[in-house]
Design a protein around this ligand. Sequence first.
Ligand SMILES: O=C[C@H](O)[C@H](O)[C@H](O)COP(=O)(O)O
Length: 223
Amino acid sequence: MNMKKIAAEHAVQYIEDGMKVGLGTGSTAYWAIQKLGQRVQEGLSIQAVATSIASEKLALELGIPIIPFAELNGLNVTIDGADEVNPELHLIKGGGGALLREKIVAYHSEKLIIIADESKWVPTLGQFPLPVEIIPFAVEWTVQSLEQLGCKVQLRTEGEQIFITDNQNYIADCSFGTIPSPLKLHNDILSIPGIVDNGLFIGLADQVIIGHKDGSVEIMGRK
Ligand SMILES: O=C[C@H](O)[C@H](O)[C@H](O)COP(=O)(O)O
């Protein structure tokens, strides 16, 4: 049973004609974009923006209309994946390196629906190393400042090369083990110069759809 696909396809049921939709990034969002593409080919009329170059490319291949940001005044809904979700629906995102564009798009969406397989549901955030997007300038100092917050930092690589985000930045993966106060950590990280954003999504998710091994979906959320 493909738990990611089940959650994604459930979320896409909520998309209606005329909606402005944000497209997430990653292997779970992939299934949502596929399903949305199928519905567009069957006549669904939507306008979309994407949270990564990869998702935009996939959407265009499937015939989903991608609209310039300047032409849209916000979004009705965004469907995106997550690396961890806690019972308060706070998230860690950015495993695919797309956290900055994802957070911008989520912020401007009336509703953020998170889709995930059951392995992403955790009592406390932090087992998954927190991705932090940093600018390349003085990266060594920025990394030192992150380590002073009590984590082990690994600058993300892709093969032999440093991983470069869609925004031409780096990702520092920060292993905290556990994050008891996500909001405090979020603010502490953002107070370091050179950091663009981090993968903690606090109070942004409205609904979380979890796909289970037995094919069922579990829906949690505020709206
Ligand atoms: O940067 C990537 C995103 O935040 C993804 O949505 C997140 O990493 C989850 O990815 P996946 O659905 O592939 O587990």
